[in-house]
Design a protein around this ligand. Structure first.
Ligand code: ADE
Length: 232
């Protein structure tokens, strides 16, 4: 069996375009998850929805690796901006990612480091990163950056109150799955990259922007991933 790339998104809106534009060859169910074996513009791949948050993302990712042995994993979807240069619709390609909400400072570990280990930042695969950076989206910028992950949806006010996200951790955007994917791929030695389009900004009303815009802007992540597939 030749190894295929796998694409994961957290929400239906984040994988809808793959299912619409590709041909589904076979569906595999595992607990509440569905894994679609697909042909997307001539490229065989696996597509799956994880659900939201680090635990569901980790479960999906590990099962995908165990069952399908993918050649690489691309996580795709939307994120909130931390870096003020980012506009809604701009894309961040992960240079690296980190769990911002793991916090063992009381025991002397820096915020973001898994306690009693030196694991904190997970580097994206350089080749996948560069392929994603060479894509194009009409009217928007693509930036390389740091993705921060935690099990919280952050509003504008939350981001202001957690200034360490950009001051200390140097995050460019915030979301709820990428750091878990980075950790699982790192443990399994599977190349990965995260491609996130900005759906809400620190200077706006994050919850409102997210609800209004995530369907629309998820299209930019889709556009980049579909440009990547033939180059893998
Ligand atoms: N995903 C998209 N916007 C987000 C936000 N503001 N916080 C966490 N995850 C997000």
């Amino acid at each position: 069996m030749s190894r295929k790339p796998a694409i994961i998104g957290a929400m239906d809106s984040e994988i809808a375009m793959y299912l619409e534009h590709g041909e589904v060859l076979q569906e595999h169910s595992w607990h509440e998850f569905t894994f679609y074996e697909m042909n997307l513009n001539g490229t065989p791949c696996i597509v799956s929805k994880s659900g939201i948050g680090k635990v569901l993302a980790a479960m999906t990712c590990q099962h995908l690796i165990d069952k399908f042995e993918p050649s690489e994993i691309i996580f795709t979807g939307v994120a909130g901006a931390l870096n003020t240069k980012l506009d809604i619709g701009d894309v961040i390609v992960s240079r690296d990612c980190m769990q911002h909400d793991i916090d063992g400072r009381a025991l002397g570990f820096p915020r973001g480091t898994i306690l009693f280990s030196d694991k904190s930042l997970f580097n994206a695969d350089e080749r996948l990163h560069d392929i994603a950076m060479s894509a194009y989206v009409d009217g928007h910028e693509i930036y390389s950056g740091r993705i921060l992950t935690g099990d919280q949806f952050f509003t504008h006010k939350d981001i202001e109150e957690h200034s360490y996200l950009y001051d200390e951790m140097n995050g460019d955007c915030i979301e709820m799955e990428g750091g878990a994917i980075g950790l699982v791929c790192n443990e399994n030695k599977i190349p990965f990259v995260i491609v996130r389009t900005i759906s809400d900004k620190a200077d706006g009303s994050a919850a409102e922007d997210f609800s209004k815009l995530h369907h629309l802007v998820a299209g930019n992540s889709y556009s980049i991933v579909s440009q990547m597939l033939p180059k893998l």
